[in-house]
Design a protein around this ligand. Structure first.
Ligand code: SAH
Length: 213
């Protein structure tokens, strides 16, 4: 596994691109500047690792576009030491960004092949999530709730109730909602029973599927 000066240079350019698209959170930009995204991708796509695009990974899934990862990370509005749940571990890239920002990360993946691959891979780069779970993200992770932030990295046809229930008061759920295209939606829990809803434009994700596989 190699991370060369060329890769570092390409990452700097990617960070500039993300800034020009409106990403401002310094911790997010630092994390993207530091993480060797090319190592999270299949070798056939490595040359494109620092283009701001999504690419295929194993099991018909994708590594999210860097802009999407950056926006979701900043929309969480979490701080160092906060407890964050990710739905859709995939390549582990989003997970690595959150770890680099100092979060305590729990992440769920429903594809066993990807789950096993990423579980072995992340520690090789020094990234240690609190827990990686093979399971169904629609259910969240009740035994570790409540969370300061929950980020869903696949297209949700509706907002799963357990995810709302597993937020701390003050916590935020960042979730792309919709079928063909999705609206990035943030629910902030303002009290035990109340949520504030905000929308942040259109995105495209692979679908959030029921049950594990
Ligand atoms: N965060 C990932 C993005 C992967 S794409 C990354 O940075 O690479 C979305 C992922 O969500 C896929 O790996 C898919 O298998 C997973 N997924 C889809 N439905 C799910 C569910 N119900 N529970 C958990 N993971 C799910």
């Amino acid at each position: 596994m190699q991370d060369t000066f060329t890769h570092k240079g390409m990452r700097k350019k990617l960070v500039e691109t993300l800034k020009s698209k409106g990403v401002t959170n310094e911790e997010v930009l630092n994390a993207i500047n530091k993480i060797p995204r090319h190592l999270f991708m299949d070798s056939s796509f490595i040359d494109h690792a620092y283009v701001d695009k999504a690419f295929p990974i194993a099991a018909d899934q994708t590594i999210s576009q860097p802009y999407t990862v950056a926006r979701q990370s900043e929309l969480l509005e979490v701080k160092k030491g906060d407890k964050v749940l990710e739905i859709g571990t995939g390549s582990g890239y989003q997970c690595a960004v959150l770890l680099e920002m100092g979060m305590n990360v729990y992440s769920i993946e429903r594809q066993n092949e990807l789950f096993k691959k990423t579980k072995l891979f992340l520690p090789k780069l020094g990234y240690r999530p609190k827990k990686l779970i093979f399971g169904d993200g629609y259910k969240g992770l009740k035994e570790e709730a409540p969370f300061d932030g929950i980020v869903v990295t696949a297209a949700a046809p509706f907002v799963p109730k357990p995810l709302m229930a597993q937020l701390k008061v003050g916590g935020r759920l960042v979730i792309p909602v919709g079928d063909k295209s999705q609206i990035m939606t943030v629910f902030t829990r303002t009290s035990a029973k109340e949520f504030k809803k905000e929308e942040f434009g259109e995105f495209r994700f692979v679908p959030l599927l029921e049950d594990k596989n």
